[in-house]
Ligand binder design. Sequence first.
Ligand code: C2E
Ligand code: CA
Ligand code: CA
Ligand code: CA
Length: 277
Amino acid sequence: CAKQRNDGAVVYDALIDKASEKNLSLLTELRKGIERDEFRLHVQPKLSLDTGRVVGIESLVRWCHPERGNVFPDDFIPFAEQTGFIRVLTRWVLEQSAALCRDMALRGIHLKVSVNLSTRDLLDQELPEKIMDILRRHQVAPGSFCLEITESAIMDDPVRAQQTLERLHALGLDLSIDDFGTGYSSLAYLKRLPVNELKIDKSFVLNMENDAGDTKIVRSTIDLGHNMGLRVVAEGIESEAVWRLLAALGCDQGQGYFMSRAIPGEQLADWIGQWRA
Ligand code: C2E
Ligand code: CA
Ligand code: CA
Ligand code: CA
């Protein structure tokens, strides 16, 4: 039995070593990825459900790895958050997003650009200054930027999150609660936080035309948001039927595969041209 336990411990140690080796190399690769310019800014159009016009975009990062190919955010964002590398990545996404926003404005296309923030970003005391510096350099007004934050990111450290959010709000940036309905925070925080937008999580939207329960949740969330004076956005619109249903329920904006997947930033102007035509 003692021997068995020993063997077990050896195996266990080896596993831990393997795991940390793997993580160390992933962190190294992420760092190299920035140096070698392997990240790509993709954007998903955000439309007014009433008029069908493009009113904004959400920035979604992609990692174009030389061997692994296209790596999706769910496979590296959680790790980037754990290690703190997310701050480097967030800064990169903010730079690219501001440059794209400016580029589009010069073409006469005025869009609100949404960027995702993580818990670690919210704990960075210098975040508001860093963002303002980026916007100033690219000549983008704070009102053209929206920061998306999940309920769980806020709940990690609600007091500090609230302080950061209040500073960002005072600087004129829009704030959005992402994946609304999937976290734990809910109403008490919603009441106190200086947010402008509520984003209904796609899990409630994807199948709502066939699911009366989902429709009830979406309807109530839209009403809640509007009663609090917030803009309400639905993500995960995959069919025209769902678009119509959401529009009938008064949802303000939406995004989803029915309109467009996330596309490379360079293709945005063409996409908008085609969409209008
Ligand atoms: P999210 O912020 O909730 O982003 C929405 C995700 O839903 C995106 O996946 C988007 O491509 C996908 N989506 C959009 N429309 C549809 C649809 O109609 N149907 C379905 N099934 N999915 C749809 P993506 O790009 O893989 O991103 C996944 C998550 O990774 C994001 O969820 C966000 O939490 C995180 N993420 C992505 N980019 C960044 C980033 O630059 N910074 C941070 N902190 N997180 C990011
Ligand atoms: Ca988001
Ligand atoms: Ca979301
Ligand atoms: Ca999500």
